[in-house]
Design a protein around this ligand. Sequence first.
Ligand code: PLP
Length: 378
Amino acid sequence: MLERIPFNRQNLFGPELRYIEDAYLRNKVSGDGFYTHWCQSFLEEKFGFDKVLLTTSGTHAIEMAMLLIDIGPGDEVIMPSYTFVSTANAVVLRGAKPVFIDIRPDTQNIDESLIEQAITTRTKAIMPVHYAGVSCEMDTIMDIAYRHELWVVEDAAQGINARYKEKYLGGIGHLGCYSFHETKNISMGEGGALIINDPSLKARAEIIREKGTNRSKFYRGEVDKYSWVDIGSSFLPSDINAAVLKAQLENLDEIQSKRNQLYERYFESFNDLDPNGIKIPIIPEDVVSNAHMFYLLLDNQEKRDSFIKHMKSKNILVVFHYVPLHTSNFAHQNLDQYHLPRTLGNAQKLVRLPIYYSLQYDEQQRVIDAVHFFLTHN
Ligand SMILES: *Cc1c(COP(=O)(O)O)cnc(C)c1O
């Protein structure tokens, strides 16, 4: 039996464990220590962001964003249904209503041409999700938001290092959210970051992350005691986690260049499949992807499912996601009903191929060969 090719693999770059030990030697392993600050400054400088706060997850970054823009009962937030549950849960947790919109045929991102007709007097924000690290049509979305006075919170969980025109994802809306979950380009196990682009939200973001206290100000010596000043929660990761993140961020360019290579090779190998009815990712002009994901769209669900089985028989793990949120049990019981044909269709056809830093050349060749074999025999 050929060796198993997992869907994803973790990679230690070397200094991770030494940095953790160093955090102990510094006698500061809770949050907001040396490593937290290093990572935040790195992201600010590298991507030209005004203010970045590490969080305990991408999910928590989105939840913090909803607290910061005061989403509450009666409010509506526009988003795609084709996304991870956290995008919608953050809204539901505030007692507000996610409003689902269909996706574009090329990028699987929210179809910006359908946003305006979904706006009501209750709409308070738009949450574009940059699927696969490929940007949504942000100029159009920002223009709609400006004209209707709405907040824009980017779910850039998959979008680190990717660009829309000259701007890095997460840095375009009023707030942006990154994830450093183990499945993302940069991993700290569990973790994330909130990017604060609207200066009026900066001070309160620190407070909400520090359990509703002004402890960050206290650490900086700006106040002589800290106390409860607002709502908040424990969204601050430990410096142990941030130590791991530092080692990963130091290798960002290296990780990126490897992922780009793998992406290019898949692209070259499958570029001519369209006549067979197979589609591969399309990246719009003006958009630079971070090679977070490489997916195929097969003819239909039946073919997709037999493809997954075929790959499994070659000991290669490929996966699909997401069950569109508007078709979920939770949505059926608690939310409005939606008719989103493109979301439904593509969710049934899509399958993701392995793409990660430690995927070897010969392993990728096995994946490519197995795909070609399936297509010539089905
Ligand atoms: C991964 C992901 C999240 C959640 O991030 P976590 O760090 O796992 O909490 C949210 N939205 C999208 C689109 C994601 O891909």
